[in-house]
Design a protein around this ligand. Structure first.
Ligand code: SF4
Ligand code: SF4
Length: 155
């Protein structure tokens, strides 16, 4: 199991993690083309700000994941190979139960083309590393593995 963790002392609030998350999940693999898509794909990592402090927030792939328990349609599943909690968007019915129970606010409710479904970090499955980690200019985002990951506070 692994999760991306934000080291808040290094986060400079540039939001490049959001930009590269959009590119990673756009299906076009190109930053500029991804940004021009209509509707624009939404990031699965969100940078929050409080006064001078910024922090990138995303799924922690909890060992005991409330979203897995709450999902009414079987859309939220744990990947057997990686241990990541992923949303099968084709199964999602958009009830937002997962949005309500996630202690990190890491599930993004998404609506497009008359369809609702949850969006969340999938650790950029199939990539060498999550794009947000690979492109964070100040190395605030790190991929933490095994026992260090799972439902611990990031603030
Ligand atoms: S952080 Fe939220 S979305 Fe991620 S596994 Fe935990 S409850 Fe689910
Ligand atoms: S919004 Fe989708 S993924 Fe979330 S609990 Fe409902 S059906 Fe499951």
């Amino acid at each position: 199991m692994a999760a991306v963790v934000c080291r808040k002392e290094y986060c400079i609030g540039c939001r490049l993690c959001e930009v590269f998350c959009v590119a990673a999940h756009s299906g076009v693999g190109n930053l500029l083309l991804a940004w021009r898509q209509v509707p624009r794909p939404r990031p699965r990592v969100l940078v929050e700000e409080k006064e001078e402090q910024t922090l990138a927030v995303q799924c922690q792939h909890c060992a005991e994941a409330p979203c897995l328990e709450a999902c009414i349609s079987g859309a939220m599943v744990r990947d057997a190979a990686t241990g990541a909690v992923i949303c099968r968007e084709d199964r999602c019915v958009g009830c937002w139960s997962c949005v309500m129970v996630c202690p990190f606010g890491a599930v993004v409710p998404h609506e497009a083309g008359g369809r609702r479904h949850a969006l969340k970090c999938d650790l950029c499955a199939g990539s060498e590393a999550p794009w947000c980690v690979a492109h964070c200019p100040n190395r605030a985002l790190v991929l933490v593995r095994e026992e260090e990951a799972g439902c611990r506070p990031t603030t």
